[in-house]
Each structure stands twice: as structure tokens, then as C-alpha cells.
Design a protein around this ligand. Structure first.
Ligand code: PEP
Ligand code: MN
Length: 361
């Protein structure tokens, strides 16, 4: 079950990569000034690794696709001015070549690239004989083997300083998150490659600033090894991922709030519990979405009743409904008392939604 991967700790200017490692910096490099205005306060806070995207993989054409190689010069300026290590995403051999030429300290493979074994293998081949830390984001699709495959390809090319970045997974369903965290997948990765550092990317999981702290705290509760958080001197004006970026001060507030708990004595127990809680969170998310859909239908019924002048409550319909729900619930092992309470409450909420539609001018 355990995958054989040869790893060495990531070296940071001779010092070891210490936990929790925090990587911060903008989604994209935009101007030299923007990089410096972001990097200087980060360095003052003690952040050691600066991230910025130079080439941006965008879902639709004509979005901001990154400044390209000129941004690497600005990264050198950041490195010189702040002493931070600089990290960027590479998606092909040309990117690797340009990044290495410009003295980038750490490269990462983005989620869209790690989903493509041909692309990962090309990058791996271009890294043979090179000594640079490489981080592998999870593929966009929730496939732990594909993630491990990408890690193995890079490791087989002789790269020993590695980390995995957990950035969540695409889904068609509307959820709270831009990319569903599916914590069971990084947990499974930890089981399969216990010595692989895992860094969580709350920014791309959340897609907004609101939940960054919760995701960060959760990653630390799982004893993961670090965080990569998009940080911009003027987030609202960012050319990419504006909603999810925070200012350096916003980042400091998140980091200062995180509680670092003692690693649990029994890690396996903790991971299993976290996995089960994650399932509960996802199911509750679905329940809320279903209720939202249900209220939407009630409102449509409300407008229809209004147009046709029918009363809201039709007792026969409610009696029939309750009967079928009780029957279904009984078959699924749900008590009569619970079904009655649950559907009374749902029904009441539906009536409230219908009433407000019917009374709207
Ligand atoms: C990024 O880190 O800016 C990025 C593009 O991330 P991902 O590959 O996770 O989408
Ligand atoms: Mn981004």
C-alpha cells in the first residue's frame, strides 16, 4: 500500500524546511512594484517563501494569462531585496528552462498539469540532474493515484526535495467552495506516502477570503505541514483570483489566529475521524443545497397559485405528503417522530416562502 518514494527534507538556504511552512504572494506577478509592495511586508512578518504565478493557466481564453518571462526578473528583485526564496508554477519544459535560468528557488506543478501524465513526464525529463525542490498540486479531478503518479514521475527523475500541495477538486455541483477540499484524498496521500510534506492551499479551495481561516485551521489540525496563501498588496485590483486574495496584514491576522494543537498520539485515529467528519460536512452541504432548491420550487408554486388565485395550504396535499415521507423514512430506518418534525419544519418554511411570493406586489 505504501508507495516507495525517496525524499529528502527541503533545504532553505541550508536550513531545513520547518513546519508549518508558510508560502505567500500574489496569484500572479503583475508589475515589479506590486511584487515588492507585497513581498516587503511579508518578509517583515517572517515569511520565507514568496509565491507568484508568471504563466497562468486560465479556464477561458482572453483572461489575464500572466506577464511571462519578464516577471522572472521581478522575482529576482524580490529575492535580492527581501532574501525570501521565490517560487512559481511551471506547466511545460520551456517554463522549467526559464525558471531555472532566472534562479527561481522552488517550482510547483499546477493542478491542470498534474492531471496530465504526458505533461508531467516531460517536466520530469527536463529536471533530470537538476537539484530544485518541486511541489505537486493535486490534479483537478479527485484521483489520489493520479496525484501519486505525478509525484512518482518527478521523484523518479531524481528530485528528492518534494512536497504535495492540496488545492481542492473541481466539481460541477455548486458548493461552498471553489474547489471541494475532499480531505479524505490528502489524508489517503499521507497514508500512502507518510514522509511526503503536505501543504494546503486554502486560497484555491475557498475561492473567497471568507473561509481561509477555517481551511487553514483544519489543515493544521490534520497535522499537515504548511499553507500557501495568495496575498496581494491590493487584492481587489488583482488581475487574477481577486476574490480570494488577502493583504499581507490580512494574512497575518489569519496566521495569528491559528491554534497549533499537539500532534495527536494516535494519528491514524485522528485521520479517520477527520475523514468521517468531512463526509458529514459534505452531506450537510448537500442537504442545504437541496433545501434551497426545494424552496425555489415552492416559490414557483407560490407564483402559480397567486396567478390562479388558489389558497396556499391545501390540507389533503399535506396529509398525502406526510404519509409518503413517513413510509419512505420508515424504510430507511428513520423514526416516525423525526420525520414528522423534519417535514413539519420544511413544510412551514415552504409556506413562508410561498406567502412572501404571494404577498409581493
Ligand atoms: C495558482 O496557484 O495560482 C494556480 C493556478 O493554482 P491551481 O493550479 O491550484 O489552480
Ligand atoms: Mn490563483
Amino acid at each position: 500500500m505504501v508507495v516507495d518514494v525517496a525524499l529528502e527534507p527541503i533545504s532553505m538556504d541550508g536550513a531545513l524546511f520547518t513546519k508549518p511552512v508558510i508560502m505567500a504572494g500574489p496569484c500572479s506577478a503583475e508589475t515589479e512594484e506590486q511584487l515588492l509592495n507585497t513581498a516587503i511586508p511579508l518578509a517583515e512578518m517572517g515569511i520565507k517563501i514568496f509565491r507568484a504565478g508568471i504563466w497562468k493557466p486560465r479556464t477561458r481564453p482572453n483572461a489575464f494569462e500572466g506577464v511571462g518571462a519578464v516577471g522572472l526578473k521581478w522575482m529576482q528583485t524580490v529575492k535580492r531585496e527581501t532574501g525570501m526564496m521565490v517560487a512559481t508554477e511551471v506547466a511545460n519544459v520551456k517554463h522549467v528552462y526559464e525558471a531555472l535560468k532566472s534562479g527561481v528557488d522552488i517550482i510547483w506543478i499546477g493542478a491542470r498539469t498534474s492531471a496530465n501524465p504526458f505533461a508531467v513526464q516531460d517536466i520530469a525529463d527536463s529536471l533530470r540532474g537538476v537539484n530544485i525542490p518541486v511541489m505537486i498540486k493535486n490534479p483537478v479531478n479527485p484521483d489520489v493515484d493520479l496525484w501519486i503518479g505525478a509525484i512518482e514521475r518527478i521523484n523518479n527523475a531524481g528530485i528528492k526535495q518534494m512536497a504535495a500541495i492540496h488545492r481542492g477538486f473541481s466539481s460541477y455541483e455548486k458548493t461552498l467552495y471553489r474547489n471541494v477540499p475532499q480531505w479524505q484524498i490528502p489524508i489517503e496521500l499521507r497514508r500512502r506516502i507518510p514522509e511526503m510534506p503536505i501543504i494546503t492551499d486554502p486560497s484555491h479551495i475557498c475561492g473567497n477570503r471568507e473561509f481561509l481561516f477555517d481551511i487553514s485551521q483544519k489543515a493544521m489540525d490534520l497535522n499537515f505541514d504548511g499553507l500557501i496563501i495568495e496575498t496581494h498588496c491590493n487584492p481587489d485590483k488583482a488581475l487574477s483570483d481577486a476574490n480570494q486574495q488577502v493583504t499581507p496584514d490580512g494574512l497575518k491576522q489569519i496566521i495569528d489566529r491559528i491554534v497549533y494543537r499537539d500532534p495527536e498520539v494516535n494519528e491514524e485515529l485522528m485521520l479517520t475521524l477527520a475523514e468521517l467528519r468531512d463526509q458529514i460536512d459534505k452531506l450537510d452541504d448537500r442537504i442545504i443545497n437541496l433545501l434551497e432548491d426545494r424552496m425555489g420550487v415552492s416559490e414557483k408554486i407560490g407564483s402559480y397559485k397567486k396567478e390562479n388565485n388558489i389558497t396556499i395550504l391545501q390540507t389533503k396535499r399535506w396529509d398525502d405528503m406526510l404519509k409518503t415521507r413517513l413510509n419512505l423514512g420508515n424504510r430507511k430506518g428513520l423514526s416516525e417522530e423525526f420525520i414528522i418534525k423534519l417535514f413539519r419544519s420544511i413544510h412551514q418554511e415552504s409556506i413562508n416562502h410561498q406567502t412572501s411570493v404571494m404577498n409581493k406586489e
